[in-house]
Design a protein around this ligand. Structure first.
Ligand SMILES: CC(C)(COP(=O)(O)OP(=O)(O)OC[C@H]1O[C@@H](n2cnc3c(N)ncnc32)[C@H](O)[C@@H]1OP(=O)(O)O)[C@@H](O)C(=O)NCCC(=O)NCCS
Length: 170
């Protein structure tokens, strides 16, 4: 008969594995983006090519070998110590356990970024809290300014506000 310790071992949730993606992981990123029903869905080709060319600034998380989340980002060509975070998603089952925060921290550490930028629309409270929380962890300034405003879009879109968080002391 299993004692308490055995039961704890078998029921403990598996820790997520975080790693840079391989090209083939682009399919999982596409699915997670589609399933989020919140993020702008780019073409599947885009995610596959992204995983080939921006693997160093991208994280995929797996739990028990299954995709559980991802962060895509890049170092800005004209400001290479600034990590621009493009999309963050965590599968519904894996939400609420700090996975998005862990993936962001992993990317900041991996890139040794001194500043992080992302854009967020007014209606995305979860994303706003995610990045406010990161600023608090790093004790960094958090500036918010409009970047891509509604009238700039050719196809109708809410204003994307630039969130700039710096400095990120390592
Ligand atoms: C946003 C998202 C990535 C958060 O993933 P997660 O792993 O659950 O986030 P974490 O557990 O790391 O939470 C980080 C912080 O955000 C807060 N948060 C998470 N979801 C929230 C929600 N729905 N509403 C308000 N705050 C929320 C957490 O409480 C936490 O705050 P704390 O550090 O002060 O405790 C996930 O909900 C998601 O994939 N949503 C759909 C896609 C999306 O909106 N992506 C972001 C835009 S790029």
């Amino acid at each position: 008969m299993a004692d308490d310790a055995d039961t704890a071992l078998t029921t403990r949730p598996t820790a997520p594995v975080l790693r840079p993606p391989q090209t083939e992981d682009g399919a999982a990123l596409w699915h997670m983006t589609k399933d989020s029903e919140v993020l702008d869905l780019n073409s599947s080709y885009y995610y596959l090519l992204w995983c080939r060319d921006f693997a160093d600034t991208t994280v995929i998380a797996e739990i028990d070998g299954e995709p559980a989340g991802f962060v895509t980002g890049y170092l800005r060509p004209d400001a290479p110590t600034t990590l621009m975070v493009w999309q963050v998603a965590v599968t519904e089952a894996a939400r609420g356990h700090g996975l998005a925060s862990r993936m962001l921290d992993e990317l900041v550490a991996r890139t040794s970024a001194e500043a992080l930028e992302t854009t967020i629309t007014d209606d995305n409270a979860a994303s706003q809290r995610l990045f406010a929380s990161l600023a608090e962890r790093f004790g960094a300034d958090h500036q918010i300014t409009p970047l891509i405003t509604a009238e700039m879009y050719p196809d109708g879109h809410d204003t994307e506000y630039l969130h700039r968080i710096s400095p990120l002391a390592q």
